[in-house]
Design a protein around this ligand. Structure first.
Ligand SMILES: C[S@@+](CC[C@H](N)C(=O)[O-])C[C@H]1O[C@@H](n2cnc3c(N)ncnc32)[C@H](O)[C@@H]1O
Length: 371
């Protein structure tokens, strides 16, 4: 396992949408890689929605017509947002009063519990009793963040969001796994450090390291399987003794075969998810986002090792997805076919070439979907 978190608490949250808004308004910084950016003149860091301040206000007192228009639009949307918040608050209060609850008393009690730390201790005890044994008996998942130098700021922001999503999904999963992020540094780490409570992720099956995969898992390198859609091996069953690596890459198909090259360089086994085997007519790209891959791994176990169900749950917006004609047979045969050490089997040449066909696809069914 990686070293424990060395984090700093900060209040903001990551929001690449707003950074995108800024980019549209003139800054081209997002399109540069970190290397290009370090060579260029220092630029302003993107604001987040939580700043609740119009982006041009403090910097340019004289606004152009377009900026003014955008400012008014932004102010109107903020007004609506605030009104909606107030309405929701009023409804909650009315509902509580109707139920005869003493809200002031509840507030005081909550404050007292927060000071006392009793609730936190209880939750920690429950986590250790309920979740730790499950985590210890599960496969591990690692997100390899060694590709930051190849990505733009927008892509790095998106990857940071995907890591947040994986952490949150794992934490609330009835059967979580140990989640490690390796080669974590630079802008990705800075983004995560801005997340309130990041310091405490380490208490919830999360670990991080600035070291690369081969160093972090040097004692168990034979158990490491690098997941990549470019592999010739199809994963057939998940093995609880394995560490599955997901390439921390958001590239919208800009960096093909990057993960498999890294895995080969490190001498690691590789495998791809059994998409073609369980989903017929999957014409679109089989390159999934990090969070989708992570979710599929956990759902496969939740659904009693049913790939088809896990895949359809995670990728419902892919209209061309249909259960494979032999999907049920495959599910029944899953154990029989699992005869290799890594829990993966060689695919046919046909399936391998099919996997490379089709354009990159962006799926919109989840909050975090940029590839
Ligand atoms: C958006 S993809 C990155 C694509 C990138 N061009 C590459 O070379 O891997 C993010 C990561 O999710 C994992 N992944 C995506 N689709 C997969 C699939 N069909 N099977 C196995 N892993 C997959 C891989 O680890 C991949 O590196």
């Amino acid at each position: 396992m990686a070293s424990s978190a060395q984090t700093k608490e900060a209040s903001g949250s990551i929001d690449s949408t707003f950074a995108g808004e800024l980019a549209k308004a003139g800054t081209k910084d997002d399109e540069k890689t970190p290397k290009e950016r370090s060579e260029a003149a220092p630029s302003k860091s993107p604001r987040t929605r939580t700043d609740e301040k119009f982006p041009f206000e403090s910097d340019t007192p004289l606004l152009s017509k377009n900026q003014l228009k955008r400012k008014r639009k932004w102010e109107k949307s903020m007004e609506i947002k605030q009104r909606r918040k107030q309405q929701e608050k009023d409804i909650k209060i009315a509902k509580a009063q109707a139920e005869g609850r003493n809200l002031e008393q509840e507030r005081l009690e909550q404050e007292w519990r927060a000071k006392d730390g009793a609730g936190r201790r209880r939750r920690q005890e429950w986590w250790e009793k309920d979740k730790l044994p499950k985590i210890k008996s599960s496969f591990q998942v690692c997100i390899d963040c060694s590709f930051e130098g190849l990505m733009t700021t927008k892509e790095i922001n998106s990857l940071s969001n995907q890591i947040r999503y994986c952490y949150a999904y794992n934490r609330r999963n009835p059967h979580p796994c140990a989640l490690t992020v390796t080669s974590l540094g630079g802008e990705t780490l800075a983004n995560l450090q801005k997340v309130s409570g990041f310091d405490e992720w380490v208490l919830r099956a999360f670990s991080q390291s600035d070291k690369p995969v081969p160093e972090v898992f040097k004692d168990r390198i034979q158990d490491v399987v690098y997941l990549t859609s470019d592999s010739d091996n199809v994963i057939n069953d998940l093995d609880d003794s394995k560490i599955y690596i997901i390439g921390g890459i958001v590239d919208r198909n800009r960096l093909p075969e990057t993960a498999i090259r890294r895995a080969t360089e490190w001498g690691l086994q590789t495998a791809k998810l059994p998409l073609a085997e369980h989903l017929a007519k999957m014409k679109s790209s089989k390159v999934l986002t990090c969070n989708h891959v992570f979710e599929i791994l956990l759902k496969y176990r939740m659904f009693d090792k049913n790939w088809e169900k896990a895949l359809l749950e995670v990728l419902p917006s892919r209209k061309d997805l249909q259960p494979g004609s032999h999907a049920d047979d495959q599910h029944n045969k899953k154990k029989i076919n699992d005869n290799t050490d890594s829990g993966v089997k060689e695919t046919t040449a046909n399936a391998a070439s099919e996997d490379k066909a089709g354009p990159a696809e962006r799926c919109n069914n989840k909050k975090v979907t940029d590839m």
